[in-house]
Design a protein around this ligand. Structure first.
Ligand code: B1M
Length: 211
């Protein structure tokens, strides 16, 4: 449908006003919220995700595209809930306790949302208790932790042990990322996965969920 291709193109361009207008126009033409999501907003963000992974675009372009995607999402979110359109899965994500770096985590959250996941973003400097509280009450498929400091990455090990002790680890996959994190560290602390960048994090979430 041409209007959804135009919507995807506006997301890629990062024009939030145009994305909002086209979302409204598509709805007025009786396009379903699910098609607007999948063939318009998510389709646009998928292109952004690939371009970011290939270093064809950089953080500012991702941020403006995500803003355009969100402008459309705001309009269709209540309609998706009414139509029982299920997200691909639910992720809770946060930057670990003691760590204020949230730029990378925000990009990961935006690309996940853009790929069709429900994202509960706990913010930065998230204490263990808060991760546990939300892991329990939100019943997520995946818990994601970001750390940018060598002094805070150890939090991830404590968190995995706390999830194990609370019995939640069996139900939730845990993924980790951030500049000082490596695959071997993820293996060492028994995380379910590690992603070096935000686009890979989307693929990783799909793969740990068995998709
Ligand atoms: Co800070 N800082 N900083 N800092 N800071 C670094 C990280 C540092 C490497 C700078 C340096 O010394 N060269 C260094 C860490 C050294 C170390 O531990 N090895 C450092 C330090 C030391 C500090 C302070 C201690 C400085 C001080 O006060 N003495 C202090 C700590 C504060 C705290 O957290 N308690 C501090 C503070 C800050 C600011 C607040 C000023 C600011 C953060 C603002 C904010 O985030 N809102 C800041 C910044 C901006 C940086 C640098 C310059 C940039 C970080 C960034 O945003 N990168 C950074 C140096 C650098 O990297 N050049 C530095 C861009 C971002 C898109 O990349 O976060 O790696 P990144 O995310 C990527 C991937 O890692 C991955 O995907 C993202 C996108 O592709 N990814 C995931 C991230 N999370 C993921 C989660 C996943 C999967 C993938 O799954 C869940």
């Amino acid at each position: 449908m041409a209007i959804l291709e135009d919507l995807a193109a506006e997301v890629i361009k990062g024009d939030a006003d145009a994305a909002k207008n086209l979302t409204e126009e598509a709805l007025s033409q009786n396009t379903s919220a699910a098609d607007i999501l999948n063939l318009g907003l998510v389709a646009g963000m998928n292109v952004i995700s690939k371009q970011f992974k290939n270093n064809e675009i950089f953080i500012p372009e991702v941020l403006v595209a995500a803003r355009a995607m969100k402008a459309g999402m705001q309009i269709i979110r209540p309609l998706l809930a009414e139509a029982n359109v299920e997200p691909l899965g639910k992720i809770i994500i946060g930057t670990v306790g003691g760590d204020l770096h949230d730029i990378g985590k925000n990009i990961v959250a935006m690309l996940l949302e853009g790929a069709g996941f429900e994202v509960v973003d706990l913010g930065a400097d998230v204490p263990k208790e808060k991760f546990l509280e939300f892991a329990e009450k939100e019943n997520p498929d995946v818990l994601g932790m970001s750390a940018l400091l060598t002094t805070t990455m150890v939090f991830m090990k404590d968190m995995l042990e706390a999830l194990e002790e609370s019995g939640l680890k069996d139900k939730i996959k845990v993924i980790v990322g951030g500049a000082p994190i490596t695959q071997s560290y993820a293996d060492e602390i028994k995380a379910d996965g590690y992603a070096p960048d935000a686009a890979s994090a989307v693929d990783l979430v799909k793969s740990v969920m068995g998709n």
